[in-house]
Design a protein around this ligand. Structure first.
Ligand SMILES: NC(=O)C1=CN([C@@H]2O[C@H](COP(=O)(O)OP(=O)(O)OC[C@H]3O[C@@H](n4cnc5c(N)ncnc54)[C@H](O)[C@@H]3O)[C@@H](O)[C@H]2O)C=CC1
Ligand SMILES: CC(=O)[C@](C)(O)C(=O)O
Ligand SMILES: [Mg+2]
Ligand SMILES: [Mg+2]
Length: 347
């Protein structure tokens, strides 16, 4: 593993140079990788592994998603099966159902976890919260994790563009003596750009914090608050949206992604720099208590309970859709729809 300095802290990472794709293919050549579930991570990981030359099959229940798998080139009876048939054939079982659905399917999955097989997760959820999920793998199988740090949609898109998301990896149980290499080989196989090591607990706590925080929850909260203040002070929806969202995603975030915050600041006016340097601290101070509360809620497992309870309700999809529609139909995101339609590349 390459030792790198992350802001003064030494950490080890696995890169593609260090663990090349050919090595991964060689290591896994006798395995049948069964991707169970074809939602968001399923297609991204399964198609990337297929394109990387691995022996991959998909297990999916009948319905719309099954039809999507067919449209993506998975062949019924050859590479696309019922969940049970895929569990039977697979030697590496990639458990890529939603975290709540994993609970319902676990008794079935468990039956097919014969000695020598590997159980693979993309989240530390099921194992860390095993008292709530009931997911307790038999001792004679390997249990590993590769968690791409981003949407399965991005995992696939970046792969197609010849790039790669980073992923974390972990071993929970090493029955074979080579579980760690299986995790690394799978991580490279699903199209990760590089891998950093963690454990199941740290993966799930950081992930739940991140998605509730700056990645998804906090960002919407901050957008909404600023948009409302601009509107309350007489600015038009297009002006408010542009100064809140469009400029950030189109102009400034790509600069942050490329070279960091100070570089983005340096590419803005001295007027903007002065203001941003003065104001980031009050925003920090105002939000830190909320982040602390969030982390506590994750740590106390309140967030896990909430996810399991709400996402196990029979009509959870419909209810999520109502809440997503509320966002979509808000003035801010309706203004956004019009703003997006004006981007020159869309015409
Ligand atoms: N969505 C993402 O991009 C990311 C997801 N993950 C993790 O990857 C895993 C998979 O998540 P997603 O792809 O978001 O899942 P998802 O919510 O898209 O669902 C995956 C599949 O589960 C199937 N399913 C749902 N309920 C079922 C049931 N009762 N019986 C049989 N099949 C059922 C659906 O048909 C779907 O094909 C989770 O552990 C998640 O935390 C990790 C990183 C990002
Ligand atoms: C995309 C991702 O990594 C998330 C936000 O953690 C998730 O979808 O669970
Ligand atoms: Mg994540
Ligand atoms: Mg997540």
């Amino acid at each position: 593993m390459a030792k790198l300095n992350f802001g003064g802290v030494e950490e080890e990472v696995v890169t593609r140079e260090e663990y090349p794709l050919e090595k991964s293919r060689e290591f896994l050549k006798k395995q049948t990788i069964a991707v169970i579930g074809y939602g968001v991570q399923g297609p991204g990981q399964a198609m990337n592994m297929r394109d990387n030359g691995f022996n991959v099959i998909v297990g999916q229940r009948p319905g719309k998603t099954y039809d999507k798998a067919v449209a993506d080139g998975w062949v019924p009876g050859k590479t696309l099966f019922s969940i049970e048939d895929a569990l039977k054939k697979g030697t590496i079982i990639c458990f890529l159902l939603s975290d709540a659905a994993q609970i319902a399917l676990w008794p079935t999955v468990k039956q097919y976890l014969k000695k020598g097989k590997t159980l693979y997760f993309s989240h530390g959820f099921g194992i860390t919260y095993s008292k709530k999920t009931g997911i307790k793998p038999p001792k004679n199988v390997d249990v590993v994790l590769v968690a791409p740090k981003g949407s399965g949609t991005s995992l696939r898109r970046l792969f197609v563009e010849g790039k790669g998301l980073n992923s974390s990896f972990a071993v929970y149980q090493d029955a074979s003596g080579h579980a760690r290499e299986t995790a690394i080989a799978m991580g490279i196989g699903v199209g990760s750009g590089y891998l950093f090591e963690t454990d199941f607990y740290r993966e799930v706590t950081s992930d739940l914090t991140g998605e509730r925080g700056t990645l998804m929850g906090a960002i919407q909260g901050i957008f909404a608050a600023q948009y409302e203040v601009l509107r309350e002070n007489g600015h038009s929806p297009s002006e408010a949206f542009n100064e809140t969202v469009e400029e950030l995603t189109q102009s400034l975030m790509p600069l942050v992604a490329e070279n960091g915050m100070d570089w983005m600041y340096a590419n803005c006016s001295t007027t903007a720099q002065r203001g941003a340097l003065d104001w980031w601290k009050p925003f920090h101070d105002a939000t830190k208590p909320v982040f602390k509360k969030l982390y506590q809620s994750v740590k106390s497992q309140k967030e896990a309970t909430q996810s399991i309870t709400r996402n196990s309700e029979p009509d959870y999809r419909e209810k999520l859709e109502v809440e997503l529609a509320e966002l979509r139909e808000s003035e801010m995101w309706q203004a956004g729809k019009t703003v997006r339609s004006l981007r020159p590349e869309r015409n």
